[in-house]
Ligand binder design. Structure first.
Ligand SMILES: C[S@@+](CC[C@H](N)C(=O)[O-])C[C@H]1O[C@@H](n2cnc3c(N)ncnc32)[C@H](O)[C@@H]1O
Ligand code: SF4
Length: 393
């Protein structure tokens, strides 16, 4: 299960880096395919972030976009229904480079307006009317914006490049530009954040009424500034925060549809749902991961290597048998409506599932296996039961 191991915590990094989109129920079902494009630049490195991202001068950005264009040409015409341009900070690109990126994307994968879902990730400090106009012109239909918190002290602790006012100005601009399908990211459990402070963030996000909200419990990643301080999140407090988010957002008619994600009816992330249903995707750019024809592969995590040889994966893996099934279970259980209780699952993991049901972490109902409320908050403990060598062979 190397692919999951290298992506920390069976999930957060992998799912954030390679996904960010999805589908609701049905029409496109398991036949969805997705394209993720990674833009690794940021104004500055946030204190908690271990994603492939870094500040870069304009010459380095230009070089990256031209290398990315070469990689896109290698994957030309990959037939996808969702597109996600994420980072890093895609909105960090200036208007001219942004146009270049989008022209190349269309040259290789067709008009952006033809994707059923096309998401562009922005950071508050680099949102401008000019860039939003460009995104509208190309037909993007979804914007994801990272707030993390609305509290100025919290933003400083997190090392964000924006303050509260900058977020609210950016959010107004995004809405004024005509975008209605908007996601906002929040983080729970950062240093010196109190329960009351988090409660206020949840109140404010509900009053902004975005159709999609992601709430992540802070993960301490090696190599980050927060890691170096030795900060250890108070797990009891973090759980209390995440339980509060679940209750308050559900009361405000958001569906808690994935461990970290909430949506108003009809606005689940199609792109991410495709990942969680083990659909195919290609990831383009530095450190991006793909899954096509049963094979997982990912680009080098070393920027120089990627730039020298775009499209040459550093890592490849084909999972088969019980290992593949275990991974599909882990990925599928992230969605709170669960996975079908298929015979194959019973045959291979009947014992683990029985134990997890007895421990109150999984439940079976209506032909499905899903996380219980307890299981949602202890999902890593659930998932490790489906990873070799933890399960019984
Ligand atoms: C791909 S990241 C970057 C998005 C964008 N550059 C930003 O900063 O808003 C997407 C989200 O992952 C979350 N995230 C990143 N690092 C995290 C960590 N160590 N723990 C929890 N959430 C994290 C943040 O909420 C962030 O908005
Ligand atoms: S802006 Fe986003 S991607 Fe960049 S360092 Fe901060 S969290 Fe990471």
């Amino acid at each position: 299960m190397k692919f999951l191991e290298r992506t920390t915590g069976y999930g957060v990094k992998f799912f954030l880096r390679t996904t960010n989109g999805g589908y609701g129920n049905g029409k496109y079902g398991i036949f969805m395919q997705s394209i993720y494009i990674h833009i690794p630049f940021c104004v500055k490195k946030c204190n908690y972030c271990a994603f492939a991202s870094y500040p870069a001068a304009s010459a380095a950005q230009e070089k990256y976009i031209s290398v990315l264009a070469k990689e896109m040409a290698l994957r030309r015409n990959f037939p996808a229904q969702t597109l996600y341009i994420g980072g890093g900070t895609p909105s960090f690109l200036g208007a001219e480079l942004l146009e270049k990126l989008l022209t190349e994307t269309e040259k290789n994968f067709g008009p952006i307006k033809n994707f059923i879902e096309s998401t562009f990730e922005v950071n508050p400090e680099s949102v401008t009317e000019e860039k939003l106009k460009i995104l509208k012109k190309y037909g993007f239909n979804r914007i994801s914006v990272g707030a993390q918190t609305f509290d100025d002290d919290g933003l400083k602790i997190l090392g964000r490049a924006h303050d509260r006012k900058t977020f609210f100005d950016a959010y107004d601009k995004i809405k004024s530009a005509g975008f209605t399908n908007i996601n906002i990211d929040l983080i729970a459990g950062f240093p010196r954040q109190t329960f009351e402070g988090f409660e206020k963030d949840i109140r404010e996000i509900i009053s902004l009424s975005p159709v999609h909200i992601s709430v992540y419990g802070l993960q301490i990643e090696e190599g980050t500034k927060i890691f170096e301080t030795g900060f250890n999140p108070d797990q009891i407090l973090m759980r209390k925060m995440l339980e509060h988010a679940r209750a308050a957002l559900q009361a405000a008619s958001y569906k808690h549809y994935e461990i970290s994600n909430y949506a108003k009816p009809g606005f689940e992330s199609r792109h991410n749902n495709n990942y969680w249903q083990s659909g195919e995707y290609i990831g383009l750019g530095f450190a991006a991961a793909s899954f096509v024809n049963g094979k997982r592969f990912s680009n080098p995590e070393n920027l120089e290597k990627y730039l020298e040889n775009p499209g040459k994966p550093e890592f490849e893996e084909v999972l088969t048998g019980k290992e593949k099934l275990g991974e599909n279970i882990i990925i599928g259980l992230r969605r709170l409506d669960g996975i079908a209780a298929a015979d194959e699952i019973e045959k291979n993991f009947g014992r683990e599932i029985k134990n997890l049901i007895a421990a109150g972490m999984l439940e079976k109902a209506g032909g499905k296996i899903k996380l219980t409320e307890e299981g949602i908050f202890l999902s890593n403990e659930v998932f490790e039961n489906f990873v070799a060598p933890f399960y019984e062979t």
